[in-house]
Structure formats: C-alpha cells, structure tokens
Write a new protein. Structure first.
Length: 315
C-alpha cells in the first residue's frame, strides 16, 4: 500500500494553485464579479410563466462549463447538477473551479446567483433565506424543463449547501425534485454572529450589513426562528440523500460538527479524515481538490471512490 503523501511530498504547485484559486474567488468578489444576479432581488419576484426563461434570468454569467441550456443528461450522468453559492458571494466567483471540473466529467452543470437586496449592488445571498429558496425553486424548475430530467443534484457552499436548499426541500416542494444534496461547509445548524463577522471581513462592505441589512445573516445565527422551524421534526426528508463535507479548520461555521446532519441517507464527512494533511478553511472548501474529489464521489459513489490525499495529485 503506498505511503500517504504529506505536505512535504505533495507537489507545491498544486497546493499553491488551490490557494491561488481561493484568492481569485475573493478578489473577484471584491471587484464585483460583473452583474451577476443584478437583475433580480428578493423584492422582485421572478416570472414563472416560462420556467426556462425565468431560470435564465437567475443564471450566473461567465462560469466555465455551466449554464448550457441545450445540455441533455447522459446515462452516465442522468441528473443535472445545480451549484448554489454562499453568503456574500455569487455564482460567478464561487464555482469557477467546481463547475468546469464537473462539466468536464460530462455532467450538465447549472449555476445561479440569488439573494440580492436593495442598496447592496455587489453582495449576494443576503436576502431572507425563504426568499432565496424561492429563487432556487424557480431555477431548479427551469433546469428540469430545459434538460428533461426528473431530478437534479445540488452542490452548495456554506448557506448554499445548508439551510437555504434544505428550506427549499422542506417548504417549497423541493424534496421531490432533488436526488442528492451535497453541502460544503454547510450552515445546517447555524453559526455564531462572530462566525458571520469573520466571513464578512473577506468581502468589502459586508461587515456593515451583518446584523443590520443582511436578513440571511440573522437567519443563520444559532437559535433563529428560521432554523428552529427548519430543523423541527428532524434534519432530513425521505427520498433525499444528504452529504455534509466539513473541515476542522472552518473559522466561520463553528463548531464544525454543527454542519453535520442526523437521519437516514446522511453522509457526514470531515476532510481531515480523508487526508490529514489537507487543511482548507471555510472559503477554500469551494476550490480544494480533495473536496472536489469527494463531491464527485458523493454524486456518483458507484463509480468514483472516496477521496484521499492522492486527490491532491489527481484533482
């Protein structure tokens, strides 16, 4: 059996590439990352008469490999994957690593930007979680209509992998339309205000919104009314497979074990159990190669093995 690679044996350029990708994600967010989601706010309902057109209005621009509305799922990848970004970010910057990788596997990949609020021209995923879940519902309906698929898989980061899509599953009829929900550093049971402040420091202007003009922040604080309603009666719903992939080094959703779920068809994974030398923080979970490999495993466990340290070498 080959020895497990360590930091000293892993090619430095791969680890630097991961860090650079995370920095690029933040840098793009700081620059505004274009007009992603600018046309839709929490106070502007998306027309639902034409599901594909309504979904296209929410699509994040400029994501490599994503939002090909002519894409048809193959037998090897029968369900489209919808990528859902985290608080303060947008789809264009959150998924510029994962989207092209999954598309390269032959998956139909779709990315939205959601959760705008008046007076915040750049920051997204700050609207009330219930409003954002409605936008996710619109987007999923459009993806299903365009592709002809019966269900989608959702891969989300932070809010987008935790309470927001779970709200959609529980209260907006999403459970019948989603086969698998994969959460990366998901805020399933909330976080402290300190955690949200830590995240906000990465995004100019976000700190001023915490506790003031960021309803999604209030919704994610431990003990919020929304979290109480969401988790009442259990974490999961029948028919959906859940994955929660966490890092012990998460500085935003803490303690990290609060990200995990309880119930049937649940897979709780700690990155360091897969590769002890891999130590991504909250933001880097969206670009880390070991995490990406585990996402592939979660979406297709019959054909893709569980991630290990060699995922740093193979992607």
């Amino acid at each position: 059996m080959p020895a497990t690679p360590t930091h000293s044996t892993l090619p430095g350029h791969r680890r630097l590439a991961s860090l650079a990708a995370g920095c690029a994600l933040l840098a793009a967010a700081l620059a505004g990352a274009g007009p992603a989601g600018a046309a839709t706010s929490a106070n502007t309902p998306v027309p639902r008469t034409d599901p594909v057109t309504a979904a296209q209005a929410l699509a994040a621009p400029g994501v490599p490999g994503a939002n090909d509305w002519s894409c048809k799922p193959s037998p090897a990848h029968p369900r489209p994957v919808v990528l859902v970004h985290g608080t303060f970010a947008n789809g264009s910057v959150n998924w510029d690593t994962v989207a092209p990788a999954l598309a390269g596997d032959g998956t139909c990949v779709f990315v939205l930007t959601y959760g705008a609020m008046p007076g915040a021209p750049v920051l997204r995923a700050i609207a009330p979680v219930a409003d954002s879940a409605q936008q996710l519902s619109v987007f999923v309906d459009g993806v299903l209509a365009a592709t002809g698929a019966g269900q989608v898989d959702i891969v989300g980061h932070s809010q987008g992998g935790g309470l927001m899509p779970r709200y959609y599953l529980k209260f907006d009829g999403g459970a019948a339309k989603v086969h698998t929900l994969v959460g990366l550093a998901p805020s399933n049971h909330g976080t402290t205000l300190d955690g949200l402040v830590t995240l906000a420091k990465s995004f100019p202007g976000a700190l001023d919104l915490v506790g003031a003009a960021c309803p999604a922040c209030t919704d994610q604080v431990v003990g919020s009314d929304l979290l109480s309603r969401l988790n009442a009666g259990g974490d999961t719903l029948p028919g959906v497979t859940y994955w929660a992939i966490a890092t012990r080094y998460d500085e935003v959703v803490t303690p990290y074990r609060t990200q995990f779920l309880s119930g049937p068809d649940v897979h709780d994974v700690t990155v360091q159990d897969l590769c002890p030398t891999n130590i991504p923080g909250h933001v880097l979970m969206a670009v880390d190669p070991v995490v990406l490999h585990e996402v592939r495993h979660a979406l297709d466990p019959a054909h893709v093995g569980e991630a290990d340290c060699w995922a740093n070498l193979t992607g």
